[in-house]
Design a protein around this ligand. Structure first.
Ligand SMILES: Cc1ncc(COP(=O)(O)O)c(C=O)c1O
Length: 388
């Protein structure tokens, strides 16, 4: 198919829920991708923070090939070695001590699992989330998601959900009651504009949940698996959540999600929850390869260093105050502009750089974690050409 045929075929049949960027990506290597016309781009979208090890990493390619040759699907009622290995890998990096894991296929499914688990573990239905949060689009998860444009068309959603100002412990304290089953927070709000929690905020959230007997759920779907320069973003804040939701970076590009919960809150009984594709051997084998490669190649430490370099270069670029703020951690970086960034995204793309928005005025860089400093310098040069 040529480019126009691809575009026409998608546009004529796909449900019109995405605003498309007019190029078809056909190939990737590391932190670069190529479109169907052969044009090269630096990829600071990475499938929206998905491709942790970059495109076509040999460890991912080999894991897919070798598992596909053995077996791709094994129902959860049968044991499976890749799934067993993934449980071991996740338990070894658990940010919440002794845990149990439920494997699923996406971020929103992990959040659904967390909502259901909080109900059975606490026998309470109240949920508290933050303004500007994003937790997904299925009916439970979208009840938590802040932006009205995602929620309102689907009313009535879950009852007993309240939203509080992010980084405001006092309003959280007022909202959490004896009816609250769980508080959902991102350690850094990704879709909501790349807004990190203040240093003390998550500690205060932990205390508030402990005081009221509510569970603290940290949504690490975007921030987890090394994205912020630690394996989990909550580890910057010195807290242990009760539940963590994961997806995106975990599968090296293959769909997977995970719900990790402290052992004591794992109240699901047989048939309380389930997922046909959850923990399938293919996705599990790729997630194992992702986690093992991250460990062997010190990807998290390197991402922390590259992220510091990126921030430094952006702050230098911002000496003329082009951006009202540069913020983020590791390789989750937001550039707040004083104007809407839609046109900038288009111009950056023409200039060979793919970036993502995070709200109308924020340009977001979420490259593969293996991007090197030289390529980061090229990213900053391309941004300078378009934004200055
Ligand atoms: C913090 C957060 N939670 C949940 C989701 C939903 O994940 P998915 O699109 O895989 O359902 C996202 C997706 O961007 C996210 O960033």
């Amino acid at each position: 198919m040529n480019t126009q045929e691809i575009i026409d075929a998608e546009n004529s049949t796909e449900m019109q829920v995405y605003s498309k960027r007019g190029i078809a990506l056909v190939r990737g290597k590391g932190a670069k991708v190529w479109d169907s016309e052969g044009k090269e781009y630096i990829d600071c979208v990475a499938g929206v923070a998905v491709s942790a090890l970059g495109h076509a990493h040999p460890a991912i390619v080999n894991a897919i090939k070798s598992q596909a040759e053995k077996i791709i699907t094994v129902s959860e009622v049968f044991h499976s070695e890749p799934r067993a290995q993934l449980y071991k890998e996740l338990a070894a990096i658990s940010p919440l001590g002794d845990c149990r894991v439920f494997l699923c296929n996406s971020g929103t499914e992990a959040v659904e699992g967390a909502i259901k688990l909080s109900r059975v573990a606490t026998k309470r239905t109240g949920l508290v989330a933050a303004m500007n949060c994003f937790h997904g689009r299925t009916c439970g998860a979208v009840s938590l998601t802040w932006n009205k444009k995602y929620r309102e068309p689907f009313f009535p959603l879950l009852p007993n959900v309240s939203h509080v100002r992010y980084n405001d412990a006092e309003s959280l304290r007022k909202a959490v009651t004896e009816e609250t089953g769980a508080v959902f927070l991102e350690a850094i709000q990704g879709e909501g504009g790349v807004r990190p929690a203040n240093p003390e905020y998550l500690k205060e959230a932990r205390e508030i949940c402990d005081d009221k007997g509510a569970l603290l759920v940290i949504d690490e779907i975007q921030t987890g698996i090394g994205r912020t320069g630690k394996m989990f973003a909550c580890q910057h804040y010195g807290i242990e959540p009760d539940i963590v939701c994961l997806a995106k970076g975990l599968g090296g590009g293959v769909p997977i999600g995970a719900l990790m919960a402290k052992q004591e809150f794992c109240a699901f009984k047989a048939s309380d929850h389930g997922s046909t594709f959850g923990g399938n051997p293919l996705a599990s084998a790729v997630a194992v390869a992702t986690l093992q490669t991250i460990r062997k190649e010190n990807v998290v430490e390197k991402a922390a260093k590259t992220g510091e370099h990126f921030m430094k270069r952006l702050n230098e670029l911002n000496s003329k105050k082009t951006f009202s703020e540069v913020r983020g951690k590791g390789l989750l970086i937001g550039l707040e502009l004083r104007v809407e960034v839609k046109d900038h995204i288009k111009k950056l793309q023409e200039n060979g750089l793919l970036m993502q928005i995070a709200g109308p005025t924020v340009l977001r860089a979420i490259p593969p974690l293996i991007i090197d400093e030289k390529l980061v310098d090229s990213v900053v040069a391309k941004i300078a050409e378009v934004v200055e």
